[in-house]
Design a protein around this ligand. Structure first.
Ligand code: RIB
Length: 294
């Protein structure tokens, strides 16, 4: 079976819910506070594992209680952790999340995630042609660039989720197989170019997620639009990560992009019905049942 290697961030999410998002300089009274496992890399790994893929997480945590909880969470979800490194004298990354007015705002403190680096020999041991690599941008950009160049030279497919958005070099963009920004990240990356023009430039490569408006990409002949499913929204945190994890699962199973995107849109739509980045991530059967109704 082909496997997915997620090289990315592993964090603890510190989540407050509040009726009103505070303005700069304002203090508001919130309702609840919880700590739940998160980090875009970890979320994508858990999403893929829940959907039945063989998944390995590659990242760094601190030698603290958050790190221990995160490790247990990976085990419970069937994510391989033999390349999850505990860094002494470092703390686990955290994401400080405000859930208010139906949406989230997030401040990420990278901490141990800044230590994700490789030698060429380590990459040789980690990756082969049966691997699909998932990357995001909460670890050092040099690492993302190094891994992408390595994979390109060995024909290993890479799915890059460019979040949170940062400028990408042309080389990085060329080295990856799929790029999956949301509409805001897409604007940050490419400016105000009309979306359809942009999609036509990158057939079967640029896949743009648009929340309740679904997903679009260009298949070489026409723009494909996969509509979102209707959902009872509890928390949208992690919906993009579920999309990326699910897309990777369907692609390693050998499906075409259209089918993979449909699978991922359904998984992502279901994920918003639970609290926390990983709380609503569906299992395979949930997605299969919902796909039959679409
Ligand atoms: O994509 C959602 C994730 O972004 C959260 O889990 C948080 O950790 C931030 O990194």
């Amino acid at each position: 079976m082909n496997r997915i290697v997620v090289i990315g961030s592993v964090s603890m999410d510190l989540v407050v819910t509040t009726a009103k998002r505070p303005h700069a300089g304002e203090t508001v009274i919130g309702q609840t506070f919880q700590t739940v496992p998160g980090g875009k890399g970890a979320n994508q790994a858990v999403a893929a594992a829940r959907l039945g893929a063989q998944v390995e997480i590659v990242g760094c945590i601190g030698s603290d209680e958050f790190g221990q909880r995160i490790n247990q969470n990976f085990e419970q979800n069937g994510v391989g952790t033999s390349h999850l490194q505990t860094i002494d004298d470092e703390v686990t990354g955290t994401a400080h999340i405000v859930l208010a007015e139906g949406d989230n705002s997030i401040v990420v403190v990278q901490s141990a995630n800044k230590q994700v680096r490789f030698t060429e020999t380590e990459l040789d041991q980690l990756l082969d042609e049966h691997t699909l690599v998932l990357l995001q941008l909460e670890i050092p950009m040099e690492t993302v660039e190094q891994v992408s160049a390595y994979c390109r030279s060995r024909n290993i497919p890479v799915l890059l989720n460019p979040a949170p958005s940062q400028a990408l070099t042309d080389t990085l963009f060329e080295n990856v197989t799929y790029v999956t920004p949301n509409e805001h990240e897409c604007r940050d990356l490419f400016g105000d170019i009309p979306l359809e023009d942009l999609l036509r430039r990158y057939p079967n490569k640029l896949i743009v997620t648009e929340g309740v408006n679904g997903v679009r990409f260009f298949d070489g002949e026409m723009i494909q639009h996969i509509p979102a499913i209707s959902a009872n929204v509890v928390d949208t945190t992690g919906a993009g990560d579920t999309f990326n994890g699910a897309l990777a699962v369907s692609l390693v199973e050998g499906n075409q992009l259209q089918e993979a995107a449909r699978f991922a849109v359904v998984a992502s739509g279901l994920s918003v019905e639970g609290f926390g980045a990983q709380g609503g991530m569906p299992k395979r059967d949930d997605v299969t049942r919902r796909l039959e109704r679409v």
